[in-house]
Design a protein around this ligand. Structure first.
Ligand SMILES: *Cc1c(COP(=O)(O)O)cnc(C)c1O
Length: 394
């Protein structure tokens, strides 16, 4: 190693000593309720595969068929090589599913935020951002070079106070919130946030990454959950969670979508979603529109698991969604808890700084419609044993 890279080794050692080093497991199987991880069969409590679509036979078939018809790669950015009708079809279907006028896809939810925020605000403008917003919102906001004003988590009064104090100093203003907060599983009070945005006449953007396929009628997302159709200016979404594939989406007024065709940098400078991804997402929309069965099962599983965890004495924080944080405090304890669970055949990762604040480390359990009752019971039994062994519960 060249001496000029020594600092990296030092930093990595710091991470290892403080229990913040990410050790990435290798999967030898498709995503599902059970996985083969590092050669061991384990119960999967980690993935965002809310509806079990990541390996759904209809979705796999759609991807295979589309590759046979269209090949795989889009071969250049859409503004240069042209756009495939498949991508347009997906954008129309997603807009209809979510009850919005128009949608545009990006390569990922992360890219959707990086593309959308700097297109809406810039130097001289201001962003009011929930303090627990996702990293991609933070990065998109920084890229925009607008002033960033953080307001207290889900605190509408603090948002209003910030608007009173700062709004007048800037040109355009944009309020951004996660819909469902990815590490805590609580839901933004979007109805109240909308009212404030409407009073102050500022743009409102919500990132519905963990709400799509989860909240609202048949998984139509947070805007449907609050019946705010036509009132939220921009909805960001991802196709990598409940949809089980990969890709990002921005939905809203056709004017915003047209603007992003012209000014969304990841749209202009990076190739589109691949053909199998798009076809797989189209099949996912079909499945969601045909029946609410998977979404219903997701919620039944969620309510059962969380109720039992609380009964065992675990602190599941502020969550009201399938995201189930098991609050442990120190990162080292969370890591040890995760390792002990793994020995008992349960794959549930610990999450620490910088993904969550220091001292708020946790195990995050992700419930899925793919879990059977018996899977959940096995998971609960393992949590109970490890929790007692490590003195977290009595
Ligand atoms: C996961 C997530 C993203 C990123 O989505 P990808 O499609 O995986 O890039 C963006 N925003 C929020 C709130 C998320 O939870």
């Amino acid at each position: 190693m060249p001496a000029k890279l020594q600092w990296i080794e030092d930093e990595l050692n710091n991470l290892k000593e403080s229990g913040l080093y990410n050790r990435i497991r290798t999967l030898n199987s498709p995503q599902g309720a059970w996985l083969e991880v590092d050669g061991q069969r384990v119960l999967n409590f980690c993935s965002n595969n809310y509806l079990g679509l990541a390996n759904h036979p209809r979705i796999v078939d759609a991807a295979r068929q589309a590759a046979a018809d269209y090949g795989v790669g889009p071969a250049a950015v859409r503004t240069i090589a042209g756009t495939m009708d498949l991508h347009l079809r997906l954008e129309k279907r997603l807009a209809a599913f979510k009850g919005v006028a128009a949608s545009i896809t990006f390569q990922s939810g992360f890219n959707a935020n990086l593309g959308c925020i700097p297109a809406l605000v810039g130097k001289g403008d201001v962003i009011f951002s929930d303090e627990l917003n996702h990293a991609s919102i933070i990065d998109g906001s920084r890229l925009s070079r607008a002033e960033i004003v953080r307001y207290a988590h889900c605190d509408v009064q603090d948002l209003q106070r910030s608007l009173d104090e700062k709004r007048a100093e800037f040109n355009r203003a944009l309020v951004i919130t996660d819909g469902v907060f990815s590490m805590d599983g609580d839901v933004a009070p979007l109805d109240e946030i909308y009212t404030v945005c409407n009073d102050y006449n500022v743009m409102l953007m919500v990132d519905d990454a963990h709400g799509e396929g989860v909240l609202g009628t048949g998984g139509r997302g947070i805007v449907d959950h609050y019946q705010l159709h036509g009132k939220v200016d921009v909805e960001i979404g991802t196709l990598s969670k409940a949809f089980g594939v990969v890709g990002g989406i921005v939905s809203g007024d056709p004017l915003i979508v047209e603007w992003l065709h012209q000014r969304g940098r990841p749209f202009l400078f990076s190739s589109a979603m691949t053909v199998p991804d798009v076809a797989a997402c189209l099949a996912a929309v079909d499945i969601l529109e045909e029946s609410t069965e998977l979404v219903d099962r997701l919620w039944e599983n969620t309510n059962y698991f969380k109720g039992e965890m609380r009964r065992l004495g675990f602190d599941t924080g502020m969550s009201t969604t399938p995201i189930t944080p098991v609050m442990l405090g120190e990162a080292s304890l969370a890591q040890e808890f995760s390792r002990e669970l793994f020995k008992q055949g349960v794959f549930a990762m610990s999450i620490g700084f910088p993904t969550v604040p220091r001292g708020k480390a946790r195990i995050r359990v992700m419930i899925s419609a793919a879990h059977q009752q018996d899977d959940l019971d096995q998971g609960l039994a393992a949590f109970s044993r490890v929790g007692r062994q490590l003195g977290v519960i009595n």
